[in-house]
Design a protein around this ligand. Structure first.
Ligand code: SAM
Length: 231
């Protein structure tokens, strides 16, 4: 302090004032600079963080099916495959379900053919996109999509069932449908057939092959045991 006072001895008062102003101005501008830098830092971190969260939210529903015990990834049906499914639906009517409906192309194609069509799909992005597609194509009244796990849905109310699955799931699905479907139901399998059922019709080639199974043929004289109603 004494040293500082000693330094100021003989300094004109205007200069002292200027000096004291500088003392105030300099740190403030430095502060402003570092504030600007930290603002950019925050913005940058925010953008990176936001992007990571957005990519994670978008990608997770597409990746998780691959991590399940039965890996059923999103692989859309080819145009020919959709045409083959529609061909198997000729002379059929009523309700239809696509198990694992992806981007909704089968359900929308069926709705255009006059079916009341429903899709169950685990991936919410695909369900929202399917709803948008159905609305854009003018069939949102007869094409509905639900976010659901196919193993937790009962398909008994559907008379037409479409599945584009993977070989690992077909034995389990075969048992489930056998228990649930009515005798007049038709099941259409794309790309991979059921292991034990004998198809009534087959159409297409290679990856576009489609198999149709009629429950009536399959069950023969043995009708599905009806559930007992408790009155
Ligand atoms: C092979 S893609 C078929 C898509 C559509 N059916 C088509 O033919 O274009 C199978 C679909 O099933 C969905 N999926 C996988 N596991 C599922 C589950 N447990 N419940 C419902 N959907 C599931 C996947 O997200 C994927 O969209």
């Amino acid at each position: 302090m004494c040293f500082l006072l000693a330094l100021n001895v003989g300094t004109p008062p205007e200069m002292l004032e200027e000096e004291s102003q500088l003392k105030h101005v300099l740190p403030t501008s430095l502060e402003a600079n570092s504030l600007k830098k930290s603002n950019w830092g925050f913005l940058f971190t925010g953008i990176i963080g936001g992007t990571v969260v957005a990519v994670y939210a978008l990608a997770t529903p597409f990746i998780t099916p691959a991590l399940r015990k039965i890996c059923l990834p999103f692989v859309p049906a080819t145009t020919r495959q959709v045409e083959n499914v529609v061909q198997m639906l000729r002379c059929r009517r009523g309700s239809l379900v696509d198990i694992g409906s992806g981007d909704g192309r089968i359900v929308i194609a069926a709705a255009k053919e006059g079916f009341t069509a429903v899709g169950y799909e685990l991936n919410p992005w695909l369900v929202w996109y399917s709803r948008y597609r159905a609305w854009r194509e003018g069939v949102h009244g007869s094409a509905k999509f639900y976010i659901s796990d196919l193993w937790k849905v009962t398909f008994s109310q559907y008379s037409n069932v479409v599945i584009f699955g993977v070989p690992q799931m077909m034995p389990q699905l075969e048992k489930k449908l056998e228990l649930e479907l009515e005798d007049d139901a038709r099941v259409i399998a794309c790309r991979f057939p059921f292991p034990h059922w004998i198809p009534d019709h087959v159409t297409g080639e290679g990856i576009d092959t489609v198999w149709a199974y009629d429950m009536s043929t399959f069950r023969g004289n043995q009708k599905r045991p009806r559930k007992l109603m408790h009155l």
